[in-house]
Design a protein around this ligand. Sequence first.
Ligand SMILES: Cc1cc2nc3c(=O)[nH]c(=O)nc-3n(C[C@H](O)[C@H](O)[C@H](O)COP(=O)(O)OP(=O)(O)OC[C@H]3O[C@@H](n4cnc5c(N)ncnc54)[C@H](O)[C@@H]3O)c2cc1C
Length: 292
Amino acid sequence: MMNLSQLANDVGEVGAVCVRGGGTRWDVGGAAGDVQVVMAPTGIDSFDPAEMTVVVGAGTTLSELADALAARGQEVALDGPPGATIGGALMVGRSPLRRGRLGEVADVLLQADCVGADGQVFVAGGPTVKNVSGYDLCRLLVGSLGTLAVVGRVILRTRPMPEDSAWMSGEVPLKVVLQSVYRPATVLWDGRQTTVRVEGHGADVNNEVDLLGGLGLERVDQPVLPRERDRWSGFLPSGGVLEVGAGVVHQLERPSPPAVAAGVRVLGDRMREAFDPRRRFNPGRDPHRVAA
Ligand SMILES: Cc1cc2nc3c(=O)[nH]c(=O)nc-3n(C[C@H](O)[C@H](O)[C@H](O)COP(=O)(O)OP(=O)(O)OC[C@H]3O[C@@H](n4cnc5c(N)ncnc54)[C@H](O)[C@@H]3O)c2cc1C
């Protein structure tokens, strides 16, 4: 069993601290400033394919976890570039492109063993899907950019990998595709081209591919999307791609920070105050500045 006493020791009781994962989103939500950098533990503690849960250090890379799970035909709803860690992906909180099948990032985290701003270890959530009462602290942690706690060890919900999959694309109206396809993993639209990923049992995928082929879509490789993201406002910028059903636009330009309602900001500030009254964690970062 992974011990968090070293991490608690590193965090200590005083001074500004931030956790670094792979550093792939190090500038998201503002620079961390000149603070002590700590790292979360790495490695897979245990994986129970029958229970569909994995216990893992938050500093483990997504690729290491993906390889271990894939060997038993499972995966988690986390995604990111090479080098990205589990803790970073959870704290940035972006749902995977295949969210239509794989689910949302907020549903992945069952339990988080953390170090709080007082340097003490605390546990949020629980090891199984429905055994926690009271406030759902795990959901609060997802997307918090490490401003509430240092996440050391997590229990994640896993999913079975699909037997087969296909990306299909064509200049076919979005509405026509949506009316024809059953529970797609992803639907993308660039204003002209509709691209869809279907996945599931082999025979079902073959049927969907035939059906979509009949509409004029063809098999393609997984599309490479522009790096920046913004909330869908009903307007598709040039070069932008809408992730249909997610309310997210993938685009070339860096978006402006979203407008946050005053009441939401007050509640957010109060929450940060309660977790970290001395603003020790990631002092320069503001989760409200992240667009989508
Ligand atoms: C489909 C998809 C595609 C993506 N593609 C890209 C891409 O192409 N490029 C890209 O840059 N990102 C991409 N992302 C976002 C991706 O999730 C994050 O970039 C990445 O996972 C962050 O991980 P990291 O280890 O590099 O975090 P870091 O950049 O190291 O840290 C990010 C934030 O999380 C905090 N943090 C990290 N670990 C912990 C911890 N253990 N406890 C508390 N706080 C912590 C840090 O303090 C920081 O605030 C994508 C996401 C999805 C879903």
